[in-house]
Design a binder for this molecule. Structure first.
Ligand SMILES: Cc1cc2nc3c(=O)[nH]c(=O)nc-3n(C[C@H](O)[C@H](O)[C@H](O)COP(=O)(O)OP(=O)(O)OC[C@H]3O[C@@H](n4cnc5c(N)ncnc54)[C@H](O)[C@@H]3O)c2cc1C
Length: 538
């Protein structure tokens, strides 16, 4: 066993948006001695790993960035509405350089375990290069969509061609020219990648398990006058997104879809459709997530659009989502997605009508008894969302209890920041916080600021440990589940519902609070102001 070589005030795991901001805050605001561990070879997290063709953000870039560096908000110029992966990575590299963050980050190093020592009240953190360090505070900035989900397809090892997962795409890219490519999955990532790959490949065969409701991204250059106006109003924008429901400048129409005339509804739907991005998802009628009838009206509009766009009615029918409410899965943004299925070199194999993937053979994929010959397979099968990267840390809290033991029926946290029995552990955008249901930088900043203030308060009052009480945690878990059970979110077999991973207990992973991100922040701030209600400080 390696011996402890160094001790830190705080160890932060991960160097994406969350880890970078956490390091900046603890080191430069509080003056703590911090070590960040990162599996990747540089900063960026999501934007370091996800290099598939078409990878770009779906949040509008002017708010998909840090808001704590006011000067950078003014200086930075995004090239388009939703910049590509390399541009966002470049932005995060720039932030790291500007704030001299890399000197405290150890790259190419994965945390493989961490144990809380009840006698010293310190965490011992182990890494894959045999290092062992101690820290008072342990902050998981491991991301929500960072643990790759690679389903165990029978026969994959026999495949003679090349295969890739979108979340671990080669840095050098992949040349699809003249290749027969198979794409497995039709989630948000696949919707970005399919039109791009179809332009290069000789033939693209898309294997669809569940059809998705896609809405247009409407990417492009942003009008310089709009950019100027936004820069002039950044203070207002930041305030609004922090107080908003989804961390975006999207607001529900304060009306039931059922109280409108068909003409009025069509006008509103057209407006959202033309605006592109998350407008149709997050600025729709207020009962869209609650009333099946209201939801059906929104869903029908998209279904009509699919039928209008896809020329072959048989293919269009396969692309029409069935059996779950609109908006209950992560909204994919589409740039020529449906149009791509009009191309002669693209075919769609739908699990429901053509048969499920049975196995991977030496030469391709067999589905519904037919082998589709392929040179390259791309798996866009997503992530073990939210709980996956946390469980992989092999944490041991009080009494040596693990997350596997604590989370048998799904995650249990207090506010998504803290877990009972795991003192001084903070989880940025952890399960049961708004997290993936928001524009993530807003939620990341809120957690980083809250954690920083909490640690500062502990140091001022000479407290050594903070941990959620079981009672507060139980209440929070009950609250999260009660709120979501009143919505249509539970109707879908989505990754939000943990349904994409066989054997993962069915549980809603984020928090869909009654007042969204803004209300959640208010709640967290009140808890802090009331002496960290629901936490035990010692
Ligand atoms: C393709 C894609 C597109 C997205 N688009 C949007 C969008 O448009 N809007 C939006 O709000 N969100 C989007 N997201 C979500 C995105 O993950 C967040 O916006 C944000 O990047 C999260 O930052 P993070 O630092 O919390 O996590 P990440 O960026 O995931 O970083 C976590 C880091 O932790 C490291 N790590 C994990 N475990 C360990 C370990 N044991 N040891 C060492 N290091 C470890 C990982 O290597 C990773 O680098 C997208 C996600 C994906 C995958």
């Amino acid at each position: 066993m390696a011996s402890v070589t160094q001790s830190f005030d705080a160890v932060v795991i991960g160097a994406g948006f969350s880890g970078l901001h956490m390091l900046k805050s603890l080191r430069d605001k509080l003056g703590l001695k911090v070590r960040v561990y990162e599996s990747g070879e540089t900063v960026g997290g999501t934007w370091y790993w996800n290099r598939y063709p078409g990878a770009r953000c779906d949040s509008d870039a002017y708010i998909y960035c840090f808001t704590w560096d006011k000067q950078l908000l003014q200086e930075w110029e995004w090239s388009e509405r939703y910049p590509e992966q390399d541009e966002i990575l470049g932005y995060l590299e720039h932030v790291a350089k500007r704030h001299d963050l890399k000197r405290d980050i150890q790259f190419n190093t994965s945390v493989t375990g961490a144990e809380f020592d009840e006698t010293t009240n310190l965490w011992t953190v182990r890494t894959d290069n045999g290092e062992e360090v101690t820290a008072r505070y342990l902050i998981a900035a491991v991301g929500t969509l960072s643990a790759t989900n690679m389903p165990q397809f029978k026969g994959l090892e026999k495949f003679k061609g090349k295969w890739y997962h979108t979340s671990r795409f080669p840095q050098t890219g992949v040349d699809f020219t003249n290749k027969r490519v198979g794409m497995v999955g039709t989630g948000a990532t696949a919707v970005q990648a399919i039109p791009e790959i179809a332009q290069q490949a000789k033939q693209l065969t898309v294997f669809q398990r569940t059809a998705n409701y896609c809405v247009p991204a409407r990417n492009g250059k942003v009008d310089p006058e709009v950019i100027k106006a936004r820069k002039a109003d950044y203070e207002g924008i930041v305030k609004r997104i922090k107080e908003s429901f989804f961390g975006q400048e999207h607001y529900f129409i304060p009306k039931s879809a059922l109280e409108t005339t068909a003409e009025e509804r069509e006008r509103e739907f057209d407006k959202m459709w033309d605006a592109g991005g998350f407008a149709f998802w997050l600025a729709n009628y207020q009962d869209m997530f609650f009333s099946q009838k209201a939801n059906d009206l929104c869903a029908d509009y998209i279904k009509r659009k699919i039928r209008q766009t896809v020329k072959d009615p048989v293919i269009a029918e396969k692309l029409i989502p069935k059996g779950y409410a609109y908006g209950t899965k992560r909204q994919p943004l589409d740039t020529n997605y449906y149009e791509t299925f009009n191309k002669e070199n693209v075919r769609l194999i739908d699990a429901k009508t053509d048969g499920v993937i049975e196995e991977i053979t030496e030469t391709g994929i067999r589905a519904g008894g037919i082998v589709y010959p392929l040179d390259i397979i791309v798996f866009a099968t997503g992530f073990d969302a939210m709980t996956g990267p946390l469980k992989a840390l092999n944490l041991k809290g009080r009494g040596g209890r693990t997350l596997d033991q604590e989370w048998v029926d799904g995650p249990r946290t207090y506010l998504g920041i803290s877990i009972a029995g795991f003192p001084n552990l903070f989880t940025i955008t952890g399960p049961q916080s708004p997290s993936v249901l928001s524009n993530m930088p807003v939620s990341i900043e809120q957690h980083v600021e809250w954690i920083t203030e909490c640690i500062e308060a502990m140091r001022k009052t000479e407290k050594t440990t903070i941990e959620a009480t079981r009672a507060a945690q139980d209440q929070w878990v009950g609250h999260v589940n009660e709120i979501v059970s009143a919505t249509l979110m539970t109707s879908a077999n989505s990754w939000y519902m943990s349904a994409n991973i066989p054997g993962k207990p069915r549980a809603f992973l984020p928090y869909l609070g009654p007042e969204g991100v803004g209300g959640y922040k208010k709640k967290c701030d009140e808890i802090a102001a009331n002496g960290y209600e629901g936490f035990q400080l010692a």
